[in-house]
Design a protein around this ligand. Structure first.
Ligand code: SF4
Length: 182
């Protein structure tokens, strides 16, 4: 019997390779787009749209509410603890994924964050493993092996590719050089 896996999806391009691998392994896959860290709203909508388009092409259903975007949740969690924000960000998203997976009777939960070469891979793995449970376990896989393949396929699908990690802090770090050109 195939295992049921709920995959936290951070964006469309990151979903392509992990979803393919999980299905090739015979798993029954569903996606969850839960990313209150993304700033601003327009960026959130671009990534949500790209995740939906990827899911449509891959033939995967995304569960969760269309309106489940609450940036205050992320900002309140990280205020005055900005140096730990990535750990808190991963924990927030993976905890929600684990909870929804458990409630809906999935065997495993995992995340497309494990695909990115730019993310803190070991931290994501450790957060996921700390949330693992008897009925709903964390499924670890180093999806970075498919980095090139996933990027090429995402480009062929015409998926929107973001230029910064997601939160307001990462957007500032990515573009702060523009201040020097003023
Ligand atoms: S840099 Fe990325 S992982 Fe870290 S808090 Fe911001 S959005 Fe989350």
């Amino acid at each position: 019997m195939p295992a049921k896996v709920l995959v936290h999806i951070c964006c469309g391009p990151c979903a392509v390779y992990p979803v393919k691998v999980l299905r090739e392994r015979g798993h029954e896959v569903m996606g969850l787009f839960f990313n209150p860290n993304i700033h601003p709203l327009k960026e959130y909508l671009h990534r949500l749209d790209s995740a939906r388009r990827a899911a449509q092409v891959l033939g995967v259903r995304i569960i969760g509410s269309d309106r489940d975007y609450d940036p205050q949740m992320f900002l309140r969690l990280t205020a005055f603890r900005e140096e730990h924000r990535c750990f808190l960000c991963h924990q927030l998203r993976l905890e929600r994924t684990r909870t929804m997976a458990r409630q809906a009777g999935f065997d495993y939960f995992t995340t497309t964050l494990l695909y990115s070469r730019r993310q803190k891979h070991d931290m994501i793995r450790s957060v996921g493993e700390s949330l693992t449970g008897k009925k709903t376990a964390f499924l670890y896989h180093d999806f970075r092996q498919g980095w090139v393949q996933g990027r090429e396929e995402a480009a062929e699908m015409g998926l929107y590719r973001q230029s910064y990690c997601g939160c307001i802090y990462s957007e500032f770090e990515r573009f702060r050089g523009e201040l020097d050109r003023l």
